[in-house]
Every structure is written in C-alpha cells, then in structure tokens.
Design a protein around this ligand. Structure first.
Ligand code: ADP
Ligand code: 5GP
Length: 217
C-alpha cells in the first residue's frame, strides 16, 4: 500500500547537537527534500539576530507572554537555554501529525527529554549530531559569522553540557560530511515512518486480508 500522508501518523523528529554542529543546515536540507516535513517554530524570549524573521525562525515573544503560554499548557516542552526561555508550541504539532505530516524540532536535550516522555513520545524519533572534533566545532561557529567572539566562547563552554546527553537519543550521527549525514538522516526517517505505530491503517488492511482469505479458503 502506498505511503501517502493519509495512511500514516506524522513523526516528531528531534534534532539536537551542540551549537554549531549542523542542526539548522540539515533541518533546511530535510525540509527541501520532503515537503511533508514541517519545522516547529519555537517561541523564544531572546532577541532576533540579524537576518532572523519573526514567525519563521522563531516567534520572538516577551517573558510574560512566554510564561502565560506555559501556564496555560500551550507548550509541548520548554527550557531555559543560554539565559533565555525557549519552547515548542503544542497546537501546530498535534495538527500536523494527525494529518500525516512530520514535524522537525531543533531543540536542546531538555526539550528532547520532555517530548520523549510526553503522550506523543511513541511518535518521536530523536537524533543527536556530534561534531567530528571540538576544533571543527569551533571552526564552524566562527565560519558561520553570526556571533561575536564572546558569544562563540560561551557556546563553546556550553557545548559539553549538550554533548554529554548524546547517549539518550535513538540515533547518533557524526556530522563530518554534510551529504553523507543528510543521506543517513533520510534513511532513518524513511525507516521510522514504517514503524507499525506510525501506520494506523494497517489494522484495516489486515481485516481486508482476513476477509479475502476467508472467502477464498
Ligand atoms: P547549528 O544549527 O547546530 O548551530 P549550523 O547548521 O548553523 O549549526 O552550522 C554551523 C556552521 O557549520 C554553518 O556555517 C554550516 O554551514 C557549517 N556546517 C554544518 N555542517 C557541516 C559539515 N558537515 N561540514 C562543514 N561545515 C558544516
Ligand atoms: P539559538 O539561540 O542559537 O537559536 O538556540 C540555542 C539553543 O536553544 C539551541 O541548542 C537550540 O536547539 C535550543 N532551542 C531552540 N528552540 C528550542 C525550543 O523550543 N526548546 C528547547 N528546549 N530548546 C530550544
């Protein structure tokens, strides 16, 4: 039976890594690969960086508005990272996965843990990206040209906090060659979409098989 969106439940695909290991680059590539993958736009209380678009990269919100949404149960998960609040709004995720579309999360280990332990945990695929080396991680942060030296230093100092959680993810990829990592991500996603729990129409198909079997025997 063809795997059209109507025949499957969407996945919550979580990508975590230390800052600079390649999450946003790979998230963009995956979205370009398959339009059934949408991106969870997080809410954050941090200020936009140059070039970031409100509603696209993040929903930039005030601390009061963030706390209000958390208190009203509107966040699937939330965490305090680098001195700012970050959270994933629940409603768009529920809507997407019910319609058979996957949602990709670029979130830290705290958020990954909360989603994995939530009601939607069984539909979650978590992937951790490791850099080939710490030297290369620094080189990527510098070459990205987004942060001042102080911020880069802060991100480097925090990188071990994030890396130390690699062991609690379903899959761990060393992002050395970008094309190879993308290829591995596609393979993992394709295989996970075929998990029994992602295919709600299997029961109906098995029933039809049984009916046909009974008629023919
Ligand atoms: P993150 O979202 O995890 O902070 P980015 O996706 O912004 O990281 O990547 C950081 C920098 O490293 C970017 O300039 C990106 O182009 C580069 N990069 C990502 N993956 C690779 C790779 N496999 N090889 C070389 N450069 C990479
Ligand atoms: P940045 O400020 O560089 O965009 O993100 C900093 C860190 O916050 C990254 O590790 C990113 O994965 C994480 N992050 C971004 N959005 C969320 C979110 O909604 N929830 C959680 N838990 N972490 C997030």
């Amino acid at each position: 039976m063809a795997q059209t969106p109507a025949h499957r439940r969407g996945l919550l695909i979580i990508l975590s890594s230390p800052s600079g290991a390649g999450k946003s680059t790979l998230a963009k590539r995956l979205r370009a690969w398959d339009e059934d993958i949408s991106f969870s736009v997080s809410a954050t209380t941090r200020k936009p960086r140059p070039g970031e678009v409100d509603g696209q990269d993040y929903n930039f919100v005030t601390v009061d508005s963030f706390k209000h949404d958390v208190a009203h149960g509107e966040m699937l998960e939330h965490a305090h990272v680098f001195g700012n609040f970050y959270g994933s709004p629940k409603a768009p995720v529920q809507e997407a996965i019910n319609a058979g579309r996957d949602v990709l999360f670029d979130i830290d280990w705290q958020g990954a843990q909360q989603i994995t332990n939530s009601d939607l945990g069984k539909h979650t695929l978590s992937i951790f990206l490791l850099p080939p080396s710490i030297t290369e991680l620094r080189r990527r942060l510098e070459s990205r040209g987004q942060d001042d030296p102080e911020t880069i230093q802060r991100r480097m100092q925090k990188s071990w906090d994030e890396i130390s959680h690699w062991g609690s993810y379903d899959h761990v990829l060393i992002n050395e060659d970008l094309d190879e990592t993308e290829d591995n991500l596609r393979t993992i996603i394709k295989a996970t979409r075929l998990r029994r729990i992602q295919q709600p129409t299997l029961i109906e198909h098995a029933r039809h098989l049984q009916q046909e079997f009974d008629e023919l025997t």
